[in-house]
Design a protein around this ligand. Structure first.
Ligand SMILES: C[S@@+](CC[C@H](N)C(=O)[O-])C[C@H]1O[C@@H](n2cnc3c(N)ncnc32)[C@H](O)[C@@H]1O
Length: 339
């Protein structure tokens, strides 16, 4: 069978592995399997990928994926400055790719303490990026998951200056002062449509104006060996005088479940829910949501949202052991947020 023949319609795939077409659609909707569109706009699924998921979920002779945390033993000659480092998620990826951190900048003192604790060898500048002068620094790469703020792109076409006052401006200022070979920006997928695309365009224009070729792409982490569904817009910029190619990672044909990812982790205190929320969620099975609660509790817990339309499947939602985690938020204890 040629690879292209391995893509089949929902009903053909369902027949072949003996599950209902609705199951295939549900797996697709949940982001557990990918699909492509046929020329007649039908969804097509890769049969090997679907078989593998079926084995995993239904235990049909299935085994866990052979996933690895991608880490190179060889260090590269590249070094990097990381802005908005948070607790070091992206920084760890760069480190695992063999890239040396020259310094990291982060405002939040708990994040700084976490970075210092986990990686005492990294130089962390704890403070506001606006106060950091990069003009005497050098680096091959500048990376930053700049928090996205609204700014008015009044059509002035000023590029860099249009973004003044935002944290993107600080990212671009760092790129302008350092002139790295490569700059990598990271943001939420919503930036694509923010102000009808003008915000993103202004960012791209400003990087172009300071001498970079720019591309961007939304990456889906659950297909890249990450046990979490998280879509992020990645902006890649390469300095105009270099002919480096733009390469994005190729999506895998499997996802990593929480069961696999958390297999050997030590016990941790984690974050506690308030007692009322804890009680409600104890009534929901793993992978379930508000629909699994008795009606009286549904109404009490969801209040006005109970009467709104839509599936609301994010409410009172528990993670499933057999799937990647849903996107984690910073405040699990907030109203209407369980993770
Ligand atoms: C979206 S998070 C980045 C997460 C990071 N990439 C990671 O992997 O954990 C943005 C970070 O920017 C930090 N931040 C916000 N304003 C800042 C500022 N003015 N200067 C430095 N850091 C700032 C926040 O504290 C937060 O940790």
């Amino acid at each position: 069978m040629k690879t292209k023949d391995k893509y089949l319609t929902v009903s053909d795939v369902a027949k072949l592995i003996d599950v209902s077409p609705d199951t295939i659609r549900r797996w697709g909707k949940k982001g557990l399997i990918k699909s492509i569109r046929s020329k007649h706009n039908y969804r097509l699924f890769n049969i090997d990928e679907v078989k593998r998921l079926n084995n995993k979920i239904n235990g049909v002779g299935g085994s866990l994926n052979d996933f690895k945390i991608l880490t190179t033993k060889d260090r590269t000659n590249y070094n990097c400055i990381e802005l908005f480092a948070g607790a070091g998620g992206t920084a760890l990826g760069f480190h695992n790719a063999g890239i040396k951190h020259k310094c990291l900048v982060e405002l939040d003192k708990n994040c700084v303490a976490t970075l210092n604790y986990n990686k005492p060898e990294w130089e962390v500048i704890g403070g506001d990026v606006k106060d950091v002068d990069f003009s005497n620094m050098e680096a091959d790469i500048v990376e930053g998951g700049f928090p996205c703020q609204s700014f008015s792109y009044a059509g002035k076409n000023l590029g860099f200056a249009d973004t003044r006052g935002t944290l993107f401006f600080e990212f671009a200022r760092c790129v302008k002062q350092i002139r790295p070979k490569i700059a990598v920006g990271e943001n939420v997928k919503g930036l694509l449509r923010h102000d009808n695309g003008r915000t993103l365009q202004a960012m791209i224009d400003s990087l172009r104006k300071i001498g970079y070729r720019v591309v961007y792409k939304v990456l889906r982490s659950q297909y890249l060996d990450v046990p979490q569904k998280r879509e992020r817009l990645i902006i890649l910029a390469v300095r105009n005088d270099l002919s480096l190619p733009f390469l994005f990672p190729k999506e895998k044909d499997y996802t990593v479940s929480l069961r696999e990812a958390l297999k050997d982790v030590p016990k941790s205190r984690g974050q506690e829910y308030p007692s009322k929320k804890k009680h409600v969620l104890s009534l929901v099975p793993p992978g379930g949501c508000w629909r699994d609660l008795p009606e009286k509790i549904q109404k009490e817990y969801m209040m006005k949202s109970y009467y709104l339309g839509g599936g609301k499947t994010g409410m009172a939602r528990r993670l499933s052991w057999d799937e990647p985690s849903l996107t984690l938020t910073t405040s699990t204890a907030q109203n209407n947020t369980e993770r």
